[in-house]
Design a protein around this ligand. Structure first.
Ligand code: MG
Length: 159
């Protein structure tokens, strides 16, 4: 059951993006500079709210308990994986992919994000704050001066 309004199967924008249309916001992360960046909007909270509206309008909260949302999210991760399957390694920016393939990837990544945010909501995890706390922990675990250029796990470093 595609209960997040799977954009691939029904062609409908699952997050009601028209409500968030900001003509002055750079599109598709084209914010200038060499490194790819995201648009400023929507925020996690805006996506959470839009998905909550989508779910409420369809009386789907009865299906959206944490475990079901987790399994749905993992299923969507599988759909992302299918797009990369059998291609070998691909370069940053996916230069060999067609626009249609990149659009499809954006849809599947969005499905993962939508379920992730709804899972966090239904578990009462304030994800924007939790991610900041976790990144602070990651900086402590992997001090830049100690791990620079190394892919070792933190348990492999000697004190
Ligand atoms: Mg999907």
């Amino acid at each position: 059951m595609a209960t997040n309004g799977d954009a691939v199967s029904n062609g409908v924008d699952s997050n009601g993006a028209t409500e968030l249309h900001h003509p002055t916001t750079p599109k598709n992360g084209e914010g200038g500079g060499d490194r790819f960046t995201f648009s400023q909007e929507p925020t996690f909270e805006e996506v959470r709210r839009l998905q909550a509206e989508f779910t409420d309008e369809r009386d789907w909260n009865q299906f959206h308990q944490p475990r079901n949302l987790l399994l749905a999210m993992v299923g969507e991760v599988g759909e992302v994986s299918e797009l990369f399957q059998w291609r070998g390694e691909v370069a940053e920016g996916l230069p060999a992919w067609t626009d249609s393939e990149k659009e499809h990837l954006g849809q599947e990544l969005s499905d993962v994000l939508i379920y992730l945010l709804e899972l966090a909501e239904k578990c009462h995890v304030d994800l924007p704050q939790a991610v900041l706390r976790k990144m602070a922990l990651n900086r402590l675990k992997y001090p830049a001066g100690k791990v620079h250029g190394s892919a070792k796990k933190y348990t492999e470093y000697k004190e």
